[in-house]
Each structure stands twice: as structure tokens, then as C-alpha cells.
Design a protein around this ligand. Structure first.
Ligand SMILES: Cc1cc2nc3c(=O)[nH]c(=O)nc-3n(C[C@H](O)[C@H](O)[C@H](O)COP(=O)(O)OP(=O)(O)OC[C@H]3O[C@@H](n4cnc5c(N)ncnc54)[C@H](O)[C@@H]3O)c2cc1C
Length: 392
């Protein structure tokens, strides 16, 4: 798909940034990840991450999708997706700020006071946030959460715990989903709250080691008291805006997968010409050609799906549940297949830490689980398709 001149300019700036500032860090990312073992040391040094953040600001990549009324460039989610793809060409896990999904969530429901206290600083980069939805007993089935928020005078008392929450050690506040009406639950009984990380009664666990670079955390709420002004959106109605927020996140995840898979393809193409076996380059073997060809077709399809869904959101379509679920399944599973082929084509080198392939192989695996496992999304795609056909 031919991009507009404006999008091509964004793409070029992001591409140059990835090549100039992220790719040279890859060796250190792999070494730091290997050296830390079960510890929580970040794979990008904090001062390096701060420098990268300053650089994206200077380059105009900061807030490209954030509406102009919120101080961003207002170029839309398609522009963000284009930039995210380019940035993820590098394995250095730098996530282009600010946090679009939470900005979009807050922008849809925040009160003027919440906008001033949370949304504006989020857009400026003065604050960061995380979504705290999953619990030990409820992940894919988010409707089964047990954390409660009970009325207490002019405020609420939150009790319970959350699990697998990303970046909990460094964000300034959480969007916490709690049960406010146990009878109604997902049908009007779940409410979102804005809870500061330093709220009294909120404890954050040690980071949980995983097979990838991400180290999520547990959160424990012991009589955490928040005011009525902490309620985000309507009482009991956390789910509709949450679904929109997850839609934005899934488009971003799709763009991330496309960027990483494109890198794997480029590596496969180069290596297949360099490496000779039995007197011929690998590029002459049909088995290898097919692995490259299948990967190229799959990445192309995923990229078009991402661009299409992002353009839908940019044009004002709010309900992209079907498209977002389709991207979540197709792009994440596509990346698993492509990185597996890249590893195969590179043989032992692909398996080693000399190359970034094994890093992508391990780190891409979680994308088929978080933000809803593939099985849930397949179910959702089928349900929505059957319903739409019923309406036709
Ligand atoms: C690194 C990492 C970061 C995360 N960050 C966050 C975060 O910031 N905030 C947050 O709230 N959560 C976060 N999560 C949680 C993540 O969203 C959940 O792990 C995910 O929703 C799945 O829930 P679960 O792990 O409890 O799996 P479960 O719900 O226990 O499901 C286990 C498996 O069962 C299968 N399954 C479940 N239900 C069905 C069904 N109906 N039909 C068919 N198969 C089914 C699927 O294969 C699924 O993978 C994170 C997780 C990880 C690993």
C-alpha cells in the first residue's frame, strides 16, 4: 500500500532512528538480558532509555497519534503504527511513548479534573500508566475478577490483588478494574479506578522472571481508599471503553509484530545468499525459498490488516473489535512462524545469542497470550461474524 507523503516522512524518521540509535544497542540488550538471570535489571540502561526518549521528542516522533487538542501531532493511529513497525525492526525493546491505549481510554471518559491530573501529564510524558486487569484467578476470562471496590462514605475501598502487571515498578498510576456490583459483574458491575502507585495500602511485588525480557508484577490492594473522583467513566461500565482501549493496543501489537517479522525476513534473505552448502547458496534451495516466500506473504497481509484497522479508527469508526481480534491472532501467530523459519534458515547461528533471532523467538511468544490469548480472539471473531451475518 502506498503511504501518503506525510506517512512516508514519519516512516523515514522512525527508520533512521531505529537504525542509528536502537540497532547499535542490540548486543548490549542481549548481554544484559543473559547476565541478569532471574534479576530484574532492565535490559536497556535507564539513562540510555531516557536519552532515547529525549531523542524521539526531538525527532517529532513523540505523540504523533495524540490529538492536537491534547498537545500531540494529531497524525493518527496509522502514523503511530507506521512508526511502531519501523522501531520494532530493532530488537531493542524501546516502546515509543506516550502510551496510546491508555491515552485513548482516558480521552474517551475522563472528567475535566482527571484530564488535568492524569491525561495531560500522560500526553506530555510527565506521567506513565498501566492497566491492572488480570488476576491470579482471572486472565482470559476477565469477567471473573475478584478485586472489589466498595462504597465508603464519599469514596471507595479497594481490596484484592492483580497479577502480571507490566511496568508496575515505574508507572505513576494504574487503571484498576474492580467489581462494584457482584450481581451484575460484566453487565454493569465492573468499574475502572485511577489509583496512584503510591496510594496507601497498595503494595507491589518483586518482578516476576519470565522467558522474555518483560518482568511483570503483582499488585496487592489492602483497604486502598480512593475518592469518587478516582472513578474513571461511569460506575459499573468499565468494559465498553476498555474494549476500545484494547483495540488500540492490539493494532500497536500488530505493528510491532510486522516490524520484527520484516527484520527476520531481511536476515533470511541476506543469509541465504551468503551461506553455501553442498556447493550452492541456500537462496537456490526451494525449501529455503518457500520459507522466505511464505514469510513475505504473511507479513504483507498483517501489515495491510494493521493499516486498515488503524485507518478505520482514524476515520472515526469506534467499533473495531473484529479487526483488532483478527490482527491479534494473525500478526502474533505470523511472527511466531516467521521467526521460527528465520531460526531454521540460520541453523546453529540462529539458535545462538550471536544473532538477535533467538531473542525475538522467545520474546514474541508472550504476544499470543497477553492482551487475550489467540483462542479467545478466535472465539470473538466467530461470534461477531455470526452476529453480523444474522443482522444482514
Ligand atoms: C509478560 C506479561 C505482561 C502482562 N501485562 C499485563 C498488564 O499490564 N495488565 C494486565 O491486566 N494483564 C497483563 N498480563 C496478563 C495477560 O493479559 C493474561 O496473561 C492473559 O489475558 C491470559 O490470562 P491467563 O494467563 O490467566 O490465562 P488463562 O485465562 O488461565 O488461560 C490459559 C489458556 O487457556 C486457554 N483458554 C482460556 N480460555 C479459553 C476459552 N474460552 N476457550 C479456549 N481456550 C481458552 C488459552 O490457551 C489460554 O492461553 C500480562 C501477562 C504477561 C505474561
Amino acid at each position: 500500500m502506498k503511504l501518503t507523503e506525510e506517512l512516508e516522512a514519519v516512516q523515514q524518521v522512525a527508520r533512521d532512528f531505529a537504525r542509528r540509535s536502537l540497532m547499535p544497542l542490540e548486543k548490549s540488550v542481549i548481554e544484559r538480558e543473559s547476565a541478569r538471570g532471574l534479576d530484574a535489571e532492565p535490559v536497556i540502561e535507564p539513562d540510555v532509555e531516557a536519552r532515547l526518549t529525549d531523542e524521539v521528542r526531538e525527532l517529532g516522533l513523540w505523540g504523533i497519534e495524540v490529538p492536537e487538542k491534547l498537545g500531540g501531532a494529531g497524525l493518527g493511529l496509522l502514523a503511530k503504527a507506521v512508526a511502531v513497525e519501523e522501531i520494532n525492526y530493532s530488537i531493542t525493546p524501546f516502546r515509543l511513548p506516550p502510551e496510546s491505549p491508555n491515552i485513548s481510554y482516558l480521552d474517551s471518559v475522563a472528567t475535566p479534573a482527571q484530564r488535568e491530573r492524569y491525561l495531560d501529564p500522560l500526553c506530555r510524558g510527565d506521567k506513565t500508566s498501566a492497566l491492572a486487569l488480570t488476576e491470579a484467578g482471572a486472565g482470559a476470562d476477565a469477567g471473573g475478577i475478584a478485586t472489589t471496590a466498595v462504597r465508603d462514605g464519599d469514596g471507595w475501598r479497594i481490596n484484592g490483588s492483580k497479577l502480571w502487571i507490566s511496568w508496575a515498578d515505574k508507572v505513576d498510576f494504574f487503571i484498576v478494574i474492580a467489581v462494584t456490583d457482584p450481581e451484575k459483574r460484566t453487565r454493569g458491575g465492573m468499574t475502572a479506578f485511577l489509583v496512584d502507585r503510591d496510594a496507601e495500602g497498595l503494595e507491589i511485588s518483586k518482578p516476576i522472571p519470565t522467558m522474555g525480557e518483560q518482568r511483570p508484577f503483582g499488585l496487592f490492594f489492602d483497604e486502598v481508599r480512593v475518592g469518587d473522583d478516582a472513578v474513571l467513566g461511569e460506575i459499573g461500565e468499565a468494559f465498553a471503553p476498555l474494549t476500545n482501549r484494547l483495540g488500540v493496543r492490539r493494532v500497536e501489537i500488530g505493528a510491532r509484530c510486522v516490524g520484527q517479522a520484516q527484520r527476520m525476513i531481511d536476515m533470511m534473505c541476506r543469509y541465504s545468499e551468503e551461506r553455501h552448502t553442498f556447493g550452492q547458496p541456500l537462496s537456490q534451495r526451494q525449501a529455503v525459498q518457500f520459507m522466505i516466500a511464505d514469510s513475505v506473504m504473511e507479513v504483507h497481509a498483517a501489515r495491510l490488516m494493521v493499516h486498515d484497522a488503524a485507518a478505520m479508527l482514524d476515520s472515526g469508526v469506534r467499533d473495531i473489535r473484529l479487526e483488532a481480534s483478527a490482527i491479534k491472532v494473525q500478526a502474533t501467530e505470523m511472527l511466531s512462524r516467521v521467526v521460527d523459519r528465520a531460526l531454521q534458515v540460520h541453523g546453529a547461528m540462529g539458535y545462538s545469542k550471536e544473532l538477535p533471532i533467538e531473542f525475538v523467538y522467545r520474546n514474541s511468544r508472550v504476544l499470543r497470550i497477553l492482551e487475550g490469548p489467540s483462542e479467545i480472539h478466535r472465539g470473538q471473531i466467530a461470534k461477531l461474524s455470526i452476529k453480523q451475518r444474522g443482522r444482514a
